[in-house]
Design a protein around this ligand. Structure first.
Ligand SMILES: [Zn+2]
Ligand SMILES: [Zn+2]
Length: 218
């Protein structure tokens, strides 16, 4: 356990009291030096919480709002955003100030979030208001794994009604691909995994043909 300093939010920033944070594969990438080498990291990019304080100019969220944190707060103004393709935004926002250790060492927050802490400082645009009655541990996943999978299906893959989809690997991101495909009305969604539990979740989220049948014998 370490004590960290979380600054008072400046312009465009918000401080969030974290209620739940998932353990994401991205945390492992950071730990293994697969993202960058700006140690020390404050991990935890997949979280939900309550806004505690905001910078003077922030109007989209206010103290008391229940929010999920998202790691790509789009600018709304660049070429990609103006073309309606915010998923390709060139200027996504993070907090300007840095959280630090007690000795002043600056922390690099994972994907600009860093929610393995009681409080975290983010760009106000990284806070997305959600239904306050939702469970933090469930909706926290929306900002990372769910978004990655849904976006892969709908925005990157461009799946549509009438197509078929096969998903190899039904972890958090894989089942979100399945949920996204089901959302747009894909007729046949084939879930592929070696874990029966994962296939059960895949089926619940819309897979039409989980590969649970044993291989045919001759
Ligand atoms: Zn994640
Ligand atoms: Zn943009």
């Amino acid at each position: 356990m370490e004590t960290i300093n979380v600054p008072t939010p400046g312009p465009g920033e918000a401080r969030v009291k974290v209620q739940a944070c998932g353990v994401c594969h991205t945390d492992l990438h950071y730990r293994e030096g697969g993202i960058n080498d700006k140690f020390p990291f404050l991990l935890g990019p997949e979280a939900a919480g309550v806004v505690e304080a905001v910078g003077d100019d922030v109007t989209a969220v206010a103290p008391g709002d229940f929010v999920i944190l998202n790691w790509r707060a789009v600018c709304g103004d660049c070429r990609a955003c103006r073309r309606g393709e915010a998923q390709y935004c060139f200027a996504t926002k993070n907090a300007t100030q840095r959280m630090t250790l007690e000795d002043g060492t600056e922390l690099t927050s994972a994907l600009g979030i860093g929610a393995f802490a009681e409080k975290t400082l983010v760009a106000a645009g990284q806070c997305t208001k959600v239904d306050p009655s939702a469970r933090p541990a469930a909706v926290g996943l929306l900002g990372c794994g769910v978004m990655a999978g849904l976006g892969a299906a709908i925005n990157t893959g461009g799946v549509t009604r009438g197509t078929s989809v096969a998903v190899i690997g039904c972890g958090g991101v894989g089942v979100a691909v399945i949920a996204g495909s089901a959302l747009v009305g894909v007729g046949r969604i084939i879930a592929i995994d070696i874990g029966p539990k994962k296939l059960a979740v895949a089926k619940k989220l819309g897979a039409t043909l989980p590969s649970t049948r044993p291989a045919p014998t001759r």
